[in-house]
Design a protein around this ligand. Structure first.
Ligand code: FAD
Ligand code: MLT
Ligand code: ZN
Length: 480
């Protein structure tokens, strides 16, 4: 084991004074297992932390940052560590401090009249949803990792999920932030205001900055009324064009009731069927695509059902739907959503893969998929496409699975860069974004300069330099 340099030893002593011995974990203690904080969710990278620090309140976070800044030691903020782009784990140098926010998980306040909730950054998303529900209200952010991701991580990545088509992404759900700056100062920005034009929008700058500009310690988030009824339908569609046609129809007929519109290709559903047969995937075997729709109604269930049935009848007549089922109960609806949310885990079971979370204007997605599928099939013989995601937001998980029986590691080594370049060139041609929701992290850091507007990049670098001149907040992520 390498000896810890004196300055690091002094820093660790200081961190223990701030947070307490039990909340500063290091490799010096042979009994301490830091692996959960050092490896990313997809097991793409395993780093080595100088220490994992778990503060209990905002002042402790500020003191930790001040101590790290004085020792010129980088900090990697971490929430639930469910990020998919390697943004929340330390590098292999053993010189970075992981700052885990998970002990700061309190719900500070709910203001029912203002429709807001104020929570600490380490609050697990599912607990935030439950607190809102307990107050008779809705916090609509929803994603497959909601049982372990935190609101701080959701804000750090500006997470999307399955309700964006109606409620927007995490940025659009946030009204105020409390942030510890790179200098260890606290910005008290926990406003519940829906209108505030007093200068630059620092809140929106922090959101999506992936821990590179500040550490979010608390947030005030928007709440909504609970819908009177919620219905889920599963429809088979003959093509991506048909899925887009169905989306247009659903917007027209359901208006703001349309709260979810997810698309899944046959191969993605086949993987769920193969690895989780107990989930009983409907209507997939001879259908190229299926769509999951959700209708949240402000009147009652009978009204929601009539609306859905009329929508699906029209869609069947037009031929953009070939078969459909509407869930009869909440349990059935949850089952259908569970199938959708299991695609990510089914992909993991199948083996290593190349993930994308691209954004393309909805109208252009059918042409994008047709053209890019053909290009990939030519470049990567036997390639298997796992296409699914948030069609309602123009956000597709256009994932590339290794050919049947291929060695996953060898596939990544030989094809990852080639596939990313091909897909991102196509994204650029279609005026899209190389990341719609997962962020840049470390995985796309070398690609961002190739696809982001150079003036925008220069402004981003200037902001980073101004707010974190020492480059101690999550170095190597987003801007490299
Ligand atoms: P972490 O993984 O711990 O961190 C993510 C990033 O945020 C890192 O850069 C980290 O440094 C930074 N960060 C964390 N906390 C803070 C803080 N307090 N202050 C500043 N920066 C911070 N993402 C989607 O957008 N949509 C989906 O539908 C979706 N589905 C998923 C399904 C599964 C099964 C899994 C495993 C992941 C999914 N994700 C999805 C990705 C992931 O869950 C999100 O990115 C989530 O927002 C990360 O939250 P976290 O608390 O785990 O953050
Ligand atoms: C999803 O929509 O399920 C997620 O973003 C996770 C993934 O891309 O696998
Ligand atoms: Zn997604």
């Amino acid at each position: 084991m390498n000896a810890v340099p004196t300055s690091h030893a002094a820093l660790i002593t200081r961190l223990r004074q701030i947070c307490g011995d039990a909340h500063v974990l290091t490799h010096d203690d042979p009994a301490a297992d830091l692996s959960a904080w050092e490896q990313d969710w997809r097991k793409r990278v395993t780093g080595r932390a100088l220490a994992v620090v778990r503060p209990n309140n905002t002042q402790e976070v500020a003191n930790v940052v001040k101590a790290c800044a004085a020792a010129n030691t980088p900090i990697v903020p971490q929430g639930g560590n469910t990020g998919l782009v390697v943004g929340s784990v330390p590098d292999a140098s053993g010189t970075q401090v992981v700052l885990s926010l998970t002990r700061m998980n309190a719900v500070r306040a709910i203001d029912k009249d203002n429709l807001t909730i104020t929570v600490e950054a380490g609050c697990v998303l599912q607990n935030l949803q439950a607190a809102a529900e307990g107050a008779g209200l809705l916090f609509p952010l929803s994603l497959g990792a909601e049982g372990s991701c935190t609101i701080g991580g959701n804000l750090g990545t500006n997470a999307g999920g399955t309700q964006v088509v109606r409620y927007g992404n995490t940025r659009e759900l946030c009204l105020g932030l409390e942030v510890v700056t790179a200098q260890g100062d606290v910005w008290h920005g926990l406003t519940g205001l829906r209108k505030d034009n007093t200068g630059y929008d620092l809140r929106n700058l922090m959101i999506g900055s992936e821990g590179t500009l500040g550490i979010i310690t608390a947030a005030t988030m928007k709440l909504y009324p609970q819908p009177a009824a919620q219905l889920t339908a599963w429809a088979a569609v003959p093509s991506m064009e048909a899925a887009v046609q169905l989306l247009g129809l659903a917007h027209q007929r359901l208006g703001p009731g349309l709260t979810g519109f997810e698309v899944m290709n046959q191969f993605a559903l086949g993987l769920v069927d193969k690895h989780f047969p107990q989930l009983r995937v409907p209507l997939w075997q001879d259908k190229p695509w299926c769509v999951l729709l959700e209708n949240s109604d402000s009147e009652n269930e009978a009204h929601a059902r009539r609306q859905f049935e009329s929508l699906l009848e029209t869609a069947l007549e037009l031929g953009c739907v070939t078969d459909a089922v509407v869930a009869e109960s909440m349990a059935q609806a949850r089952g259908l959503w569970h199938i959708r949310e299991s695609i990510t885990l089914a992909q993991v079971e199948e083996g290593l893969n190349i993930k994308h979370d691209i954004g393309i204007p909805v109208s252009r997605i059918p042409a994008f998929v047709l053209e890019t599928d053909a290009l990939l099939a030519r470049e990567v013989p036997g390639v298997r496409m796992v296409d699914f995601g948030h069609l309602g937001d123009g956000n597709l998980h256009y994932n590339v699975q290794a050919p049947e029986g291929a060695d996953g590691q060898a596939f990544l080594r030989d094809f990852e860069d080639k596939v990313n370049t091909l897909v991102f060139d196509q994204v650029a041609r279609f005026k899209g974004s190389i990341s719609a929701e997962h962020g840049v992290g470390e995985l796309k850091v070398d690609k961002l300069p190739l696809y982001k507007d150079p003036t925008a990049l220069a402004m981003m670098r200037a902001v980073k330099q101004a707010l974190d001149p020492q480059n101690i907040l999550n170095p190597g992520r987003v801007l490299g």
